[in-house]
Design a binder for this molecule. Structure first.
Ligand code: BDR
Ligand code: CA
Length: 302
């Protein structure tokens, strides 16, 4: 039996790839998607998710729109990495699919009550999850597993110490970390192991059908950005690595039980995930790249 999956996303290029993986993997049954501001504004994120679902034949999956901004601080967007709409140069056909009338916390709480034990995969800032914990504390015991793409154990991608999703709303991360939700953290370093060039990506996702071709088209913006910035065209599939961990733990090469604490100071450390005393968090150290590529091939080329 597939596990019910709920995806919380700031869809984004790599979020879109991760969503496609969950839709097409036999271990998951996606019962809903919640959206929030992150890589791009909430309106763009919601449009991207609705159009993506319609384009791939999943228009019946409900979408719930959530946070328009972080809990306390001002929004930090990532339009340089994801393009002005969030999907790079890809212009999906307008689907006309609209989000549900219920907002993301209400939708998430209702879906979890209906599917206790569901896996929640958080691919953006944790604002929606934090608000839902506040409004509906019962979700803490209903979530089977919360898999989070976020944090950096050694070196961030926004500041020296902070990774984007955690930097974008550190107070929300703190709230989630102080709840009793069973979390798996997939930090930036584990994701960086998925670094690929155009040829490697083409081999992993193929173009036998429209979803493999779509992944390549989506990543093209990032290839060009990296080429301009670093003189080399490459991409790292952050959210897809987190989704792979949620779908098939055999992609994990090594992990440890530990505890992270959010740095909430208004210093250069803000948004850093600091290793702390204690355990109870499943923290991914290293990805098994071969297993990850096999999973992509299984999803995109079979
Ligand atoms: C994370 O930040 C976003 O830009 C990506 O979508 C991913 O979730 C990587 O730091
Ligand atoms: Ca994301």
């Amino acid at each position: 039996m597939p596990t019910p999956f709920i995806i919380d996303t700031d869809c984004g290029i790599d979020d879109a790839v991760a969503i496609l993986m969950a839709l097409h993997h036999p271990a998951a049954h996606v019962v809903g998607i919640t959206t929030l501001s992150g890589n791009v504004k909430r309106e763009n994120v919601t449009r991207n998710v609705c159009d993506l679902l319609a384009y791939t034949g999943y228009a019946d999956i409900p979408v719930f729109e959530g946070a328009s901004r972080p809990l306390l601080q001002d929004a930090v967007l990532a339009t340089n990495i994801h393009g002005p709409t969030g999907l790079g140069t890809v212009d999906l056909p307008e689907s006309g699919k609209a989000p549900e009338a219920e907002n993301a916390p209400a939708g998430l709480a209702r879906l979890l009550a209906k599917h206790p034990g569901a896996t929640v995969v958080a691919l953006g800032p944790l604002t929606n999850i934090a608000i839902t914990i506040n409004l509906y504390p019962e979700i803490v015991r209903q979530i089977g597993s919360l898999v989070i793409m976020g944090g950096a154990l050694e070196k961030g991608n926004v500041t020296r110490f902070a990774e984007f999703n955690f930097f974008a709303d550190p107070e929300a991360v703190d709230l989630v970390f102080r709840s009793d939700i069973p979390v798996t953290i997939v930090p930036w370093e584990a994701c960086m192991a998925s670094r690929m060039n155009r040829e490697q990506l083409a081999q992993a996702v193929g173009n036998t059908d429209r979803k493999g071709k779509l992944v390549q088209d989506l990543q093209e913006w990032i290839f060009r950005y990296m080429e301009q910035r670093y003189g080399e065209a490459f991409t790292a599939l952050a959210d897809p690595v987190a989704m792979a961990v949620a779908l098939d733990p055999s992609v994990v090469w090594s992990r440890h039980d530990g505890r992270l604490k959010m740095d909430l100071s208004h210093t250069a450390l803000r948004g850093a995930s600091v290793p702390w005393d204690g355990g109870g968090m499943n923290i991914i150290n290293e990805l098994d790249m071969e297993a990850f590529v096999s999973l992509l091939q299984e999803v995109f080329t079979s």
